[in-house]
Design a protein around this ligand. Structure first.
Ligand code: GLA
Length: 634
């Protein structure tokens, strides 16, 4: 039993800004024999579609929506998988105070006007469904919307009294979800969180009587000042209502908390896709920022629960038809990271070259590969990165990114792909379709901000098995051992267009630092035990439990130990492997500096493995531990 529980800021204590022990995690190391990441909803593959926000902000109407939907169908994009047509901010008129029912802005959505004077989106969703598409709607978890709180100069703000303008879910979760899904027939909801972020009693909009105060649960600048359990609880209520009103599971729950509230550790248990950062803008530096917020989180994405670096911005700014290299990079990177592919472009004015990028079947196939493995960083630097994604058939997707504004030389090696270096490797360029073969390594010259993207076939280093770090889609860090959520310092910190250089700079904000990693320690160092380095393995903190799906493998093997990067070093760590809840193998206690210990287990017939690293140490900074070369063998 763990002595320390996860420390989260609870409602009671956040006022005092101290860090109490929250009722969580005690017992999380006990094996359950179950897979606990979210599986309800309709998101076995990253959802694809179109959303109105990047193209129109809140200046949205039926004509614009159906116009883009039409083109999605006629251009063949729908056939290629783009199915969800999502209305973002701007659809609401107000909440009827007599019964709390939401009223649609029928001036902009004429088909929603009912003969009896009420409003319903049913005709619109019927129309989209008849076109073979799915329909998405938008709300906020607070009382008020993002538009009201942050962009009130944008059009189509809710109208009426203070109460009528409370269009968010707060206090109406079950009623609104029933209306949107059961009555109106939507298939997806994006739930924003501005209403629980931006309306403290001190806000001028509150003081002037425009909105009611709602004590902020989220402070995006501070995990310590955020009431994480309270935020999680609200989103769990939405999940519960979605399950209640969609017994057929035909829903997608899209969380929009911009990476705040440590959402990257818990969204995978609550919904189908979850934003990892603030909004993307059509600039290269914001692309890097959004990319970085997702790229080191491969183990937190699985079929059913995806990391969302925000919608595509192809077609605008630095990703428009005059910047096709950058537009291709944006698309390739989002695809290989298993990002939901949500077009944010006015398709009625679409440039054919941009349409060609969005319709690249081979790159879509990489994104929609059924194994659901988010790409892992095989090479990392501030200048170049290499992302490798293992596909269901054992081939690899590989993207080589030049982050800089100058040309760059990059070498791809067999080791990056976990292929043998003495056998031929075939690459297919997913833009040109051209193929090439190399042995050992291959040099490329990249244009500024270019991303090369290939499918690779070669001889796998492990012929009769898989390395676990190649398969993040089957690994769930049920408890990653993080005691105090920490902001991630390695994310590229782009200027926000809305702040510029006002204030003191872009500080690390997003929780996730110290989370479990593929082929790296939790803090981004190279895996190593007792001086032996590992290019392959899982890095995690002590007092952690990883769930692993096993489809027919018979043998587990790993070299385990306390990682050389461990800082606490006060107590040894024991490594255990469970199969369907039963202990299969256990290591001797391993201390810092000990040579790695080989741990093997017969896993025949077991469906869920659990990898537990246990330590009696009572510490806020658990030691890093390594499952070196962890693999499942036939
Ligand atoms: C937030 C979200 C955006 C968009 C706007 C709408 O900023 O992050 O994606 O939905 O609100 O106002």
């Amino acid at each position: 039993m763990r002595a320390f529980s996860k420390i989260l800021v609870s409602s009671a204590a956040s006022a005092a800004f101290c860090l109490p022990l929250a009722a969580h995690a005690e017992g999380d190391l006990e094996p359950t024999g179950e897979w606990s990441a979210y599986q309800r909803g309709n998101a076995d593959l990253p959802p694809m579609g179109w959303n109105s926000w990047n193209a129109f902000t809140s200046d949205i109407d039926e004509e614009k929506l159906i116009g883009s939907a039409d083109i999605i169908v006629k251009s063949g994009l729908a056939q290629k998988g783009y199915r969800y047509i999502d209305i973002d901010d701007g659809w609401w008129l107000h909440r009827r105070t007599s019964d709390g029912r939401m009223i649609i802005r029928t001036d902009n959505f004429p088909s929603a006007a009912m003969p009896d004077g009420s409003s319903s989106f049913r005709p619109l969703t019927d129309k989209l469904h008849a076109m073979g598409l799915k329909a998405g709607i938008y709300s906020d978890i607070g009382r008020n919307s993002c538009g009201q709180v942050f962009t009130s100069t944008f059009p189509n703000q809710p109208e009426g009294s203070v109460a009528e303008r409370e269009v968010g879910l707060y206090g109406h979760i079950d009623q609104d979800i029933a209306l949107y899904f059961k009555d109106w027939g939507f298939d997806l909801i994006k739930v924003d969180a501005c209403g629980i972020r931006g309306l403290p009693a001190s806000d001028p909009k509150v003081q002037s009587g425009q909105y009611r105060a709602l004590k902020p649960l989220i402070d995006v600048d501070s995990l310590g000042r955020t009431d994480i359990p309270a935020v999680q609880d609200l989103y769990e209520q939405v999940r519960d209502s979605l399950e209640k009103y969609n017994p057929d599971d035909d829903f997608v729950f899209s969380l929009c908390l911009w990476g705040s509230a440590d959402v990257r550790s818990w969204a995978k248990n609550v919904g189908n896709m979850s934003r990892t950062s603030e909004d993307i803008s059509p600039t290269w530096s914001r692309l890097l920022f959004n990319l970085d917020s997702t790229s080191r989180r491969a183990l937190y994405a699985h079929p059913g629960s995806w990391n969302d670096p925000d919608m595509l911005y192809l077609g605008a700014g630095e990703f428009d038809a005059n910047h096709l290299t950058q537009a291709r990079s944006h698309f390739a990177l989002w695809a290989i990271l298993n990002a939901p592919l949500m077009i944010g472009y006015d398709l009625r004015k679409a440039d054919p070259e941009i349409m060609k990028i969005l319709g690249n079947q081979d790159i879509i196939a990489l994104n929609q590969d059924k194994a659901g493995n988010q790409a892992v960083l095989a090479f990392d630097s501030s200048d170049a990165q290499i992302f490798v994604k293992t596909l269901a058939n054992g081939e690899k997707g590989v993207a080589i990114l030049n982050r800089t504004r100058a040309p760059l030389e990059a070498v791809l090696t067999a080791e990056h792909l976990k292929f043998l270096s003495n056998a031929g490797i075939d690459l297919t360029d997913l833009w040109s379709g051209k193929t090439m073969r190399f042995v050992g390594e291959q040099k490329f010259t990249l244009a500024p901000q270019e991303t090369l993207i290939f499918r690779a076939r070669g001889k796998r280093i492990l012929p009769d098995g898989i390395y676990l770090s190649e398969q993040p889609g089957i690994i769930n860090p049920a408890d990653d051992g993080v005691v105090v959520p920490e902001p991630e310092p390695v994310t590229y910190r782009a200027l926000t267009p809305w702040n510029g250089t006002r204030g003191t700079g872009e500080h690390p904000r997003y929780g996730g630092w110290g989370g479990a990693q593929a082929d790296s320690t939790p803090y981004g160092e190279q895996l190593a035990i007792g001086g032996k380095r590992y290019a392959t393995g899982l890095g995690v903190l002590a007092n952690s439990r990883l769930e692993v799906r096993n489809e027919g493998y018979r043998q587990f093997t790993a070299e385990v130990g306390v990682d050389d990067s461990a800082r606490n070093r006060s107590a040894p760590v024991t490594f255990e492997i469970y199969g369907d809840g039963k202990l299969l193998a256990k290591s001797k206690p391993q201390s810092f500096g000990d040579a790695p210990q080989t741990l093997e287990a017969d896993i025949s017939g077991a469906k869920i493995l659990e990898l537990v690293a246990r330590s009696p140490a009572e510490t806020l900074q658990p030691d890093t531990v390594t499952w070196g070369n962890a693999a499942l063998l036939k």
